[in-house]
Design a protein around this ligand. Structure first.
Ligand SMILES: O=c1ccn([C@@H]2O[C@H](COP(=O)(O)OP(=O)(O)O[C@H]3O[C@H](CO)[C@@H](O)[C@H](O)[C@H]3O)[C@@H](O)[C@H]2O)c(=O)[nH]1
Length: 490
């Protein structure tokens, strides 16, 4: 910081979903470690998770704080206490959840008035934050928790509407302008792009607002690094015309000793004893275990869970499989005698896994992922090849990046964007996908490529690495911008 005035004070305002909060907390910590006064704004029921995530941040704890604003659940038509997307009882409540986030503008602006930060870094899902920042004469930076590739792809799809030029939902179309000759089908597009029911139209409107607010914002922070997606970073700045800083992978910054990593807290309390889990992995050979996890919101049907179990068993591989179900639920999906047969071979974690600890263990040989961007990046940082199983959101784009651009994974073969329950994947496809990555030359080649990317990820955040330098540039720019404002006041 410039030493002439108080430190730069930044508001970090993550969307209330684990996939957005986790990287935003990492980002607030990163800025705090650089001397910035970081304030994370959230709602009362999300505060304990964030408090736990920053409590081990000893060296810089004076630089990081939390402020809360109330979440208008009842006014928006949500059940009481539903302050995080992973708590919505069914996807039918998604529009109400987004309605509640719009109502946050007023209390957020009251907090701005009270706290007078110099900059706002607000999640893409709060397009109104650009207006709020303008009212206070401060910059708003958009935080995108996803890949640059998917941002570029969706801009090109929006601009050229190639899905309107095909004769069937399954015919491939090329995404015009996008480097890499990427082809998709109508079925793989989010419903907001191709459907016209009220919910899809509502999301289409929200995404138009997001785009407009992004164009009027100061720029965009992306959780990525130049060596991974440089072509798309350049495309985003030069062709789409939006200023962006890649300062990731955020999960790699501020890492501690193994023991501290075990006691630290990401998202939620793990539903398994972390030491036990790692001990179990320690008994396994290098690259011999498959890890399966589908993020914080995917909600597979019983029939899908059953297919996964049978496919996994047929693959013959050891596994750790995270199932988003409560321990006490009746488990009709579980094939008879499955857990007894898999004793010592497979672990099912019901609830929340300590994902980064698991994927980084040398025993993990493949990651079956829904291609949420955090999971994808965590797989890259751990040097683990993937079986891609996109479900919703922008995950079909991320799949293309992994399988066709970076060539570090194989698709399990999902045909259709199907909201949070996902499209049906048969047992044979599960077995085949796992075998392709775990066995043979193709798997070896992918592993080699992803290991190189993992090294590059670490280098990117080290001193003079690409993300390190981009963060410094951003901080310098924000400090000079602020100085201009101070001088103007005088
Ligand atoms: O049992 C679990 C499950 C998840 N995680 C962590 O939770 C995060 C999940 O994030 P992500 O993989 O991105 O998945 P989602 O939760 O589905 O994330 C949403 O947000 C992402 C960022 O915008 C998008 O890329 C996704 O498509 C969207 O669904 C990751 O850090 C995981 O390590 C755990 O630690 N344990």
């Amino acid at each position: 910081m410039d030493g002439q005035c108080n430190p730069l004070h930044i508001f970090f305002f993550p969307f209330m979903g684990q996939g957005h909060m986790i990287p935003a907390i990492d980002m607030a910590k990163l800025f705090a470690s650089k001397g910035v006064q970081s304030t994370i704004v959230t709602t009362p029921l999300n505060k304990p998770t964030i408090s736990k995530a920053i409590e081990n941040f000893k060296n810089h704890s004076n630089n990081i704080h939390i402020q809360t604003i109330n979440f208008p659940t009842v006014e928006a038509g949500l059940p009481e206490g539903c302050e995080n997307v992973d708590l919505i009882p069914s996807p039918l409540y998604a529009p109400a959840f987004f309605k509640a986030t719009r109502l946050l503008q007023e209390p957020f602006e009251e907090l701005l008035l009270q706290q007078q930060p110099h900059v706002i870094v607000a999640d893409m899902f709060f397009p109104w934050a650009t207006h709020s920042a303008a009212k206070f004469g401060i910059p708003r930076i958009v935080f995108h928790g996803t890949s640059l590739f998917s941002l570029c792809a969706s801009q090109c799809v929006k601009k050229h509407e190639p899905y309107k030029k095909v004769s069937s939902d399954t015919e491939l179309f090329l995404i015009p302008d996008l480097p890499g000759d990427i082809k998709m089908t109508v079925l793989q597009m989010p419903s907001r792009v191709t459907k016209h029911d009220p919910v899809s139209e509502g999301f289409a409107k929200l995404f138009r607002e997001i785009r407009e607010s992004e164009e009027k914002s100061y720029g965009v922070i992306v959780n990525s690094f130049y060596e991974l997606e440089g072509v798309y970073a350049d495309f985003y700045s030069e062709v789409v015309g939006l200023k962006n800083w890649q300062i990731g992978p955020l999960s790699v910054h501020n890492r501690h000793s193994k023991e501290e990593e075990i006691t630290s807290y990401r998202g939620k309390e793990a539903s398994i004893d972390k030491h036990e889990c790692l001990k179990w992995l320690d008994t396994k050979e290098i690259n011999s275990v498959v890890y399966l996890c589908f993020g914080s919101t995917t909600n597979f049907l019983d029939s899908q869970l059953r297919e996964i179990a049978i496919g996994l068993e047929a693959s013959g591989k050891d596994f750790i499989w995270v199932v988003r179900r409560k321990k006490e639920e009746v488990e009709e999906w579980l094939p008879e005698g499955f857990e007894e047969r898999m004793e010592g071979k497979g672990l099912i974690i019901r609830g929340w896994s300590p994902q980064t600890l698991i994927v980084e263990h040398e025993a993990i040989g493949a990651f079956v992922t829904h291609c949420g961007w955090n999971s994808t990046l965590e797989g890259v940082c751990a040097g683990v090849p993937m079986v891609t199983w996109p479900v919703a959101a922008e995950q079909f784009y991320n799949e293309k990046l992994v399988t066709e651009v970076l060539k570090i994974g194989v698709p399990v073969g999902v045909k259709k964007w199907a909201g949070l329950v996902g499209d049906k994947v048969e047992r044979d496809a599960v077995e085949k996908g796992v075998r392709r990555v775990m066995e043979g030359e193709e798997g070896k080649e992918m592993r080699k490529r992803v290991k190189v990317l993992a090294q590059n990820a670490k280098k990117a955040v080290e001193e003079d690495g690409s993300s390190y330098l981009q963060l410094n540039d951003l901080l310098e720019e924000l400090s000079s911008f602020r100085k201009l404002l101070v001088d103007d006041d005088i």
